[in-house]
Design a binder for this molecule. Sequence first.
Ligand code: CA
Length: 225
Amino acid sequence: MNVSMRCWLRVAAAGLALSSCVLLSDACPADAENLARSAKLTAARSLSAEPYAIAHVVDGKVTANEDIQSCESCWAGDATDLRDDPLDFVVDFGRPRGIDRIVVTTCRLKNQQRLTDFDVYAWAGTDWDGHQPLAVVRRSRELRMECRFEPVETSKVCIRLLDNARPTHNFPHISELEIFAAEGPAGRQLKPGGLPKPLSELSTADELEAEAARLRRLLDAKKSG
Ligand SMILES: [Ca+2]
């Protein structure tokens, strides 16, 4: 792997603090149904300890601490560096649902926010729509990250965890996960195409150049827009 190229790609990707996600601090309506509660939850990699069971992300309990040595009512990922190998957290509704809002709440341990960067993708019938994430969050300092997006109809979403504030960029935590039904009809047609390859899987010069070119285009569009 070309280390300098990977570093450049990381910096370029970090600069793409896209505005597709609006972080809000207001609470969700009390009567809104959290679709994640009845969904099948699957994480690609998890910390193998009962206190961090995946069911904790939908138990309605948000971690109250700010800086302690353990995080109650959370799920946690493993020791892999998220920057090289993003961790996919999949929420499968079992049938198509119209959605337009997701709330991901993390926690802070040892004064390190345990999730700061993630993308959200929708399933497009036969594969993920990797072309256009539903939401993009970068360098968040909010523990409760609420994202609204154009309504889509999908049977599952993938939350791709990309980074946190730990120096070793691992052990991401989710304290609570909420996904809400859209009030209106779907306004965007999803297109299957697959999730973007993580940097660790870009092995050839052509793949690295293609990713660099993609990021340059996105950077140029952001600077001009
Ligand atoms: Ca919880």
